[in-house]
Design a protein around this ligand. Structure first.
Ligand code: GLU
Length: 513
């Protein structure tokens, strides 16, 4: 028998910005699809219209695009199985609910919200805080199983509001094999008669989800662990319709860096790292920071997410999206929660920064400067990036740590000044300046050779003198190779900075005295 073509979907509800956990679900779906040469689909599950948040749909689409995991099909991407937004599929669901009623697998329930509240309240009073509408309690409620056929007919004719509920049988074990968790078995005595179709004419998540998975020919459902409790109902529904269920894989939670529990927006605020892919401004004007705006590269972001729950089984840590697609197997996704490590996230970004060519970094730096209205550099950005990249985690670090390439030196690091700048340093630096002026080919190597010769002749140690030279050229006490900095600045600029610096420092020192 030929295997069905793999079709997987990411099915978020557009109720706000997508959390990193959601993007990881999308990523694993994407990787699974690519690994098997299948299709990755984006479906928006917006049946709960009370939770509609403007902008959330666009945010989801933009986030996937930014991460480079664009769906092959789906809302915003087109395809043959649309519409891909459940509110636009509204008319499709009712016949399925009707079919379950006709088959005796679901029923009409006419209980008003007030009556349901009353029932819960009564049960609470009697010491049963978790009242459920189920195979036992349904006989005391107003539904097509407890009321006479005439009354039901009458109510439907009158247009009484109703919902359609699944008729969960008593004492049946529902079993299914989850690719990550193994066999799951739940007894129906622990399940309630969930609403499948609401009085507002919309299906609930459960009905819409499985009808769409069926109509969109989804072969594997890969989703967060929070949906595991719904899976037995879904399996039951597939069975009730006589459909083959897709394979299930429930992904582990992403946990807080510093304690038990799910990673939340608040942890990000508290510990200073983004929990969302892109910036999001909520209706109160509050901004949640995004990976993109915080300076993460999309390929680093994807690599970070891939490792929150999955690993290749060996020591390798750096994977492009394509390599991930080749390596990714659901069987290698762990059951237990994956702790989010903000330092590791930064480490990944650093690795991806280093992997980029000086040309790429220079372009990114140029964009960063433009976007933030910063001072441009009179020097070539490529060598600046080449030099600064070893120490940078984000593009902004190149700019901030290398500020001396983007403006004059007007401050001198006080610690270096007080520790290293001695009585005779000004004279020594002036002497070195005269030598520097005569260097004909002004390259890092030649400046270094001359400087070392000078120090040797003076019988001084490098550690005592180099920081002062650095101070004059950059104003700071440490950084990458000073001779390379000198080469980038060029002879004229070095001379200018040294002359000005010696003068300014002399002034500072005389004020101190
Ligand atoms: N709409 C659900 C969510 O918001 C999807 C769950 C599923 O993938 O079945 O995550």
């Amino acid at each position: 028998m030929s295997e069905k073509k793999v079709r997987v979907r990411f099915a978020p509800s557009p109720t706000g910005p997508l959390h990193v956990g959601g993007v990881r679900t999308a990523l694993y779906n994407y990787l699974f699809a690519k690994h098997h040469g299948g299709q990755f689909i984006l479906r928006l599950e917006d049946t709960d219209q009370t939770r509609f948040v403007p902008g959330a749909e666009e945010y989801i689409i933009e986030s996937l695009k930014w991460a480079g995991i664009s769906p092959d099909e789906g809302q915003g991407f087109g395809g043959e199985y649309g519409p891909y937004k459940q509110s636009e599929r509204k008319a499709m669901y009712k016949p399925y609910a009707d079919q379950l009623i006709a088959d005796g697998k679901a029923y009409y329930a006419f209980d008003t919200p007030e009556e349901l509240d009353q029932m819960r309240e009564n049960a609470k009073q009697m010491g049963m805080p978790n009242w459920q509408y189920n195979s036992i309690t349904r006989s005391n409620m107003k539904n097509s199983l407890s009321l006479s056929a005439e009354e039901v007919e009458e109510r439907l004719k009158k247009g009484d509001p109703y919902v359609i509920r699944i008729k969960m049988p008593r004492d049946l074990d529902i079993k299914f094999e989850d690719t990550i968790r193994g066999w799951v078995s739940v007894n129906t005595n622990n399940l309630d008669d969930k609403v499948l179709f609401k009085s507002d004419g919309m299906p609930t998540y459960h009905l819409a989800n499985i009808v769409d998975d069926r109509l969109m020919e989804i072969t594997h459902v890969i989703r967060g662990e929070e949906w595991l409790p719904s899976a037995p109902l879904h399996v039951f529904l597939y069975d009730a319709f006589g459909w083959e269920a897709p394979k299930f894989a429930h992904l582990p939670l992403i946990l807080k860096p510093d304690g038990p529990g799910k990673l939340s927006k608040r942890d990000g605020d508290r510990l200073g790292f983004p929990v969302f892919p892109l910036n999001w401004t909520n209706s109160d004007g509050e901004i949640y920071s995004g990976y993109k705006e915080s300076g993460y590269f999309p390929d680093a972001f994807v690599n970070i997410l891939a490792f929150l729950g999955w690993n290749p089984g060996d020591e390798r840590e750096l994977f492009t999206l394509e390599e991930l697609s080749t390596e990714f197997k659901l069987e290698r996704v762990g059951k237990s929660g994956a702790k989010f490590d903000p330092d590791k996230a930064k480490w990944y970004n650093q690795q991806y920064l280093r992997k980029r060519s000086a040309k790429e970094l220079a372009d990114l730096l140029q964009t960063y400067i433009g976007e933030n209205n910063l001072k441009t550099s009179p020097f070539e950005l490529e060598p600046v990036c080449e030099l600064m990249k070893e120490r940078a985690t984000f593009i902004k670090d190149i700019y901030e740590d290398g500020h001396y390439f983007f403006g004059e030196v007007d401050k001198y690091d006080e610690k270096t000044l007080s520790k290293k700048w001695k009585e005779n340093t000004s004279a020594l630096m002036s002497e070195w300046l005269e030598i520097l002026k005569n260097i004909s080919s002004f390259k890092a190597d030649s400046v270094e050779t001359e400087f070392k010769d000078f120090i040797t002749k003076k019988e001084l140690g490098l550690g005592g003198v180099l920081p002062n030279f650095r101070l004059l050229l950059t104003g700071v006490g440490s950084g990458p190779s000073l001779f390379s900095i000198a080469e980038i600045l060029g002879k004229d600029e070095c001379i200018k900075r040294m002359e000005l610096g010696i003068e300014k420092i002399n002034e500072l020192k005389s004020q101190e005295a």
